[in-house]
Design a protein around this ligand. Sequence first.
Ligand code: HEC
Length: 137
Amino acid sequence: MNLELLERGEERYKIFCTPCHGLQGDGNGMVAMRGMKPPPSYHQDRLRQAPNGYFYDNITNGFGQMLGYAAQIPPRDRWAIIAYIRALQLSRNAKVADLPAELREKLNQGGTSGAKPGGEPKPETGSVKEATGEKKE
Ligand code: HEC
């Protein structure tokens, strides 16, 4: 995969798929807004886990109420579109583990540091724990 393919996919996706599936793949394109059955969002586990070949097959042959695009979209462009859909999915569902280490570190610091809202910062002495049996949460 390269940037060129991705850009090609984006362009083709916007022409052929956006009217129904929406710019972000949520399934809220113009056509769906006008009363047609809304397409499913790409941002659900089932479609995140579906193999590329599944998308390829759907683009080629259609799926349920969606017509196939074998006549309008040549195979290379179908793969480009799939690459773009994968990028859309990733952009929405990046996991912490996918982040570079330094960013992860920042996230962790932000998540666990500081006082709890409404609570006193815990004193660093052993004696308080003993006295109150204070719990972490
Ligand atoms: C005219 C509206 C329309 C266009 C244009 C369209 N789709 Fe769809 N698409 C749908 C609808 C509606 C469904 C759900 C069909 C059903 O469940 O009967 C669907 C389903 C799908 C699915 C299967 C999802 C699942 O639930 O398994 C994929 C993948 C998909 N579309 C990809 C694409 C791609 C890629 C393009 C562009 C090349 C595209 N669609 C263009 C309306 C459209």
